[in-house]
Design a protein around this ligand. Structure first.
Ligand SMILES: [Zn+2]
Length: 205
């Protein structure tokens, strides 16, 4: 009654994707068998895995290291926006409201799902700021519980590690709570950036 082994292996591979259960995995696997056009998936996966890496400066996904944004002399290196995921860089670039550079954490604090602080690129961020030239760190993590916890963690890490921490700001409140950065339209993102406020030690000076 079992599926042929190669088909079962494909189903298991689909099941490894986040949010994909057995039933969806079976549906996807049969779709691949039925639709020749779906077979571009395998080479696309191989190519994405082979030809992309993380930028050693900002942590974003890139074909070249450093990534085009880190390599662009026209981008303000003194202002860093800290975001959770590469798709948030994408959203801010689409909105075209930010001319600084980024630092991509690759996640948010979520102990329940196993994302602890040491998995995030916070240590790299501290070293990057320690190296000098950064005047402001803008915390552009999502306005949800994980994003807020991550923002607090980053401020704390910067202030504990550095004698002279940079100005740390947070995107303005007024962002729809629980919303993800990438779904915000340009105007909202621009307002949130414009209305950012100082947090941490420098906020009380
Ligand atoms: Zn980069």
């Amino acid at each position: 009654m079992a599926y042929p082994e190669p088909l079962e292996a494909l189903i298991v591979a689909f099941e490894a994707f986040p949010g994909v259960g057995r039933v969806t995995a079976e549906r996807l696997a049969f779709h691949v068998l039925r639709e020749p056009s779906a077979r571009g998936l395998a080479p696309a996966i191989e190519r994405a895995a082979r030809d992309t890496k993380r930028c050693s400066t900002c942590g974003n996904v890139t074909e070249r290291d450093p990534c085009p944004i880190c390599a662009d002399p026209a981008r303000d290196a003194a202002t860093l926006a800290v975001v959770e995921e590469p798709r948030h860089v994408e959203a801010m670039e689409r909105a075209a409201c930010f001319r600084g550079r980024y630092h991509v954490l690759m996640g948010a604090l979520n102990p329940a799902e196993g994302t602890e602080a040491e998995h995030l690129g916070v240590r790299n961020l501290v070293e990057r700021v320690r190296a000098g030239g950064v005047r402001e760190v803008i915390l552009a993590t999502d306005p949800d519980a994980e994003g807020e916890a991550t923002a607090l963690y980053v401020v704390d890490a910067l202030e504990r590690a550095l004698d002279e921490p940079p100005l740390v700001t947070r995107l303005a409140r007024g962002l729809p709570a629980g919303s993800a950065l990438e779904y915000l339209h340009r105007g909202i993102l621009e307002d949130a950036l414009e209305g950012r406020r100082a947090v941490g030690r420098r906020a009380v000076e």
